[in-house]
Design a protein around this ligand. Sequence first.
Ligand SMILES: Nc1nc2c(ncn2[C@@H]2O[C@H](COP(=O)(O)OP(=O)(O)OP(=O)(O)O)[C@@H](O)[C@H]2O)c(=O)[nH]1
Ligand SMILES: [Mg+2]
Length: 216
Amino acid sequence: MAMTFSLTPEPEDEAREAGRLLFAGPVTFVKGVVAMSGLPPADRLEVCFAGRSNVGKSSLINALTGRKTLARASNTPGRTQEINYFALGEERYLVDLPGYGYAEAPVAIVAKWQALLKQYLSGRVTLRRAFVLIDARHGVKAVDEEILTLLDRSAVTFQAVLTKVDKINRVEREAVIEQVKGALGKHPAAYPEIVVTSSEKGEGIETLRALIATME
Ligand SMILES: Nc1nc2c(ncn2[C@@H]2O[C@H](COP(=O)(O)OP(=O)(O)OP(=O)(O)O)[C@@H](O)[C@H]2O)c(=O)[nH]1
Ligand SMILES: [Mg+2]
């Protein structure tokens, strides 16, 4: 059966308020994890942010939490090399994953990240959803397919999040959304709604907050 994809609608007032409240509460950096044994206790729901190096994962976490420098964001690709855990009070973990597709990363390091990523995605029982970030200027690329397939195999529901949408115009926006819809159609673990965001301009941020707050 063909899946149909749409954009995530604006949240209802109640969900929007739940999102606002959750993200207005205390946010703390918990730890950077380099091995499964280092994961914090699985005592609350968590969502992770995956995507190519430089796609805007850390910037999105900063925008969601309204803290400019909570997650390190930079022009240097491959900066985030650990699984970084952030806590929203005692309600949720937000997990910033190492970026993939960074051509200059040494092979041995890449292999190590991939192994950890695989273990994390298939072995974390409280992981409720993976947000897979896609640069709105580029759409879904071959390097993204690898993680989408990994998510299918791990049976982790993933939701595509377009980033940096402030950098493209209306026409480009429609085109990339169509491209992403087509690419997601091949993945059984894809959640049927796409979120369009700009960490720079705030677009889609309240929608994501509401999604994370109302997840069960
Ligand atoms: N215009 C614009 N630039 C953005 C946006 N989000 C991120 N950027 C820029 O994109 C670059 C990379 O952002 P990061 O948040 O560090 O990307 P990342 O995915 O965490 O990268 P790694 O940790 O290396 O995997 C930075 O220069 C950001 O300022 C956005 O919504 N709009
Ligand atoms: Mg980062």
